[in-house]
Ligand binder design. Structure first.
Ligand code: MHO
Length: 252
């Protein structure tokens, strides 16, 4: 083998290696730029989240109310409490429209979420029908104690009887994508920004940014909270300005 041949082979090998390295770093850069589109509020991973489920009439409203609560990480609307398998909005059997939230108990307690539940409806009124019944679904003994205690307290402080049910959660069936973050889905330009970030409807549903926006757009949340989060929701300059303006803050 001539020296010349070895030299050429060696150079070729080096070139192939170099091309590979360049390719790999280009891929990594692409991945990074995709990642940077994810809203800052969604970039955190959580351990030890808890889950709570509430039925409060039409689930669109509760989704927005809980979505604005600091410490609530994910919200989803769905059907619970009934026996039929795989209910849908137009065929929900004896299920009830419900909101399920995953929350960080270091930031918001179950008791605070239950407080919102009791304050968001009239517990002494008889539910209109099963679809819109008021139900506090507990997930474990800890939640059961709080649910039953707060129910009892309301019974004791009134001469009327609490009509709201307190029941264990069984299966929760997430509702159709168009019901998730309903208020946000009605609000351009916000929904187009979020749809670009999350083309997959389950990713959109599970996004904290989408939950907060859905809440803020329904008028929940405080100006302070909106100001603090405005840069973390993945919004364009235009959408960010519009959100701030809604809360009387200067968008520019
Ligand atoms: N009255 C509301 C109910 C929707 S809620 C998801 C409507 O149809 O506009 O049940």
């Amino acid at each position: 083998m001539s020296k010349h041949f070895i030299y050429i082979t060696f150079t070729l090998l080096l070139l192939v290696l170099l091309a590979g390295l360049i390719g790999m770093s280009a891929l990594a850069a692409e991945e990074k730029s995709e990642k940077s589109e994810i809203p800052a509020i969604d970039q955190r991973e959580y351990e030890n989240l808890k889950t709570a489920t509430f039925a409060l009439g039409c689930f669109w409203g509760g989704d927005a109310r809980y979505g604005a609560v600091p410490g609530v990480i994910r919200t989803r609307v769905g059907y619970a409490g009934g026996a039929m398998e795989d209910p849908t909005y137009h065929d929900l059997g004896n299920h009830t429209e419900s909101i399920q939230v995953d929350f960080n108990p270091e930031v918001v307690s179950y008791e605070e979420l239950v407080d919102i539940f009791w304050n968001r409806h009239d517990p002494y009124s008889v539910s209109y029908n099963t679809q819109y019944a008021n139900i506090l679904f507990y997930h474990d003994d800890y939640q059961k104690n709080i649910a039953e205690r707060t129910n009892r307290e309301l019974n004791e402080e009134s001469n009327q009887e609490v009509q709201t049910q307190v029941r264990p959660i069984e299966k929760f069936y997430p509702a159709e994508p168009y019901h998730q973050k309903y208020r946000l889905k009605q609000s351009s330009p916000f929904i187009s920004v979020l749809n670009d970030i999350y083309p997959d409807s389950e990713d959109l549903r599970d996004s904290t940014a989408a939950a907060r926006l859905n809440g803020f757009l329904a008028g929940h949340g405080t100006p302070d909270q909106v100001e603090e989060l405005a840069d973390k929701l993945g919004l364009t300059e235009d959408a960010r300005g519009k959100l701030l303006n809604r809360f009387g803050l200067n968008g520019s």
